[in-house]
Design a binder for this molecule. Structure first.
Ligand code: C5P
Length: 223
């Protein structure tokens, strides 16, 4: 099996790039952020806070998370219910960052992610893929861009999704992004960091096409 690990901060373009790459290569794209978002949604709906370790541990035992693919898109199921469409809101991303610092949550999701990569060629994106989930990945990329560029991309993405411009503030989006990165980089368990053997790619001045071509060239070289 061949695996590509893509890590990096929020809004670096990981999922867009990983999706495009997996399509070109005929690999399965695994969005690990969506799994953390699904767990956050689950606890949000139960009214449980990220500090409530005991209840989280207990409920996780009964929580079945499964992944299915429809038309090449990953769908996340919580106890049999497809929650994928609820996951993209900024609030859920913020909450996912909080729950992702809980040990039992990470243990459960890392085990699931490793299992998924055992059976297929994958492009997996997240924060700890090259360092923890797939330390033996065939190719590791650490994708970044300046926080200003990442905020701009997020802003445009939200407008494209139909959000009203007057409700969006680019400065606020950038501040949120910086805050979330700081939390992800400084947490105790599996913080976001570049793996020693990962290629660093700053995409601030690159188009999607350029980034994908560059990574495809790397795959060719490595394979
Ligand atoms: O990538 P996305 O914005 O969907 O991730 C949401 C949050 O989930 C991140 O801010 C991060 O805290 C957490 N996450 C993680 N490890 C991963 C993927 C996501 O901790 N592999």
């Amino acid at each position: 099996m061949y695996s590509i690990a893509i890590d990096g901060p929020a809004g670096a373009g990981k999922s867009t790039i990983a999706k495009a790459l997996s399509k070109k290569l005929g690999f399965v794209y695994i969005d690990t952020g969506a799994m953390y978002r699904a767990v956050a949604l689950f606890f949000l709906e139960k009214g449980i806070k990220e500090s409530d370790d005991e209840r989280i541990d207990k409920l996780l035992d009964d929580l079945d998370i499964s992944i299915k693919y429809a038309d090449g898109e990953q769908r996340v199921f919580l106890n049999g219910t497809d929650v994928s469409d609820k996951l993209r809101q900024e609030e859920i991303g913020k909450l996912a960052s909080k729950f992702s610092a809980v040990k039992s949550v990470r243990e459960k999701l890392v085990a699931l992610q490793r299992k998924l990569a055992e059976r297929e060629n994958v492009v997996m994106d997240g924060r700890d893929i090259g360092t923890v989930v797939l330390p033996d990945a065939d190719l590791k990329i650490y994708l970044s861009a300046s926080s200003g560029v990442r905020a701009r991309r997020r802003y445009l993405e939200l407008i494209e999704k139909g959000f009203d411009k007057s409700t969006l503030n680019e400065g606020e989006i950038e501040a949120e992004i910086i805050k979330r990165d700081e939390a992800d980089m400084n947490r105790e368990i599996s913080p976001l960091k570049q793996a020693d053997d990962a290629y660093y790619l700053d995409t601030s001045d690159m188009t999607l096409k350029e980034v994908v071509s560059k990574i495809l060239a790397m795959v060719k070289e490595e394979r």
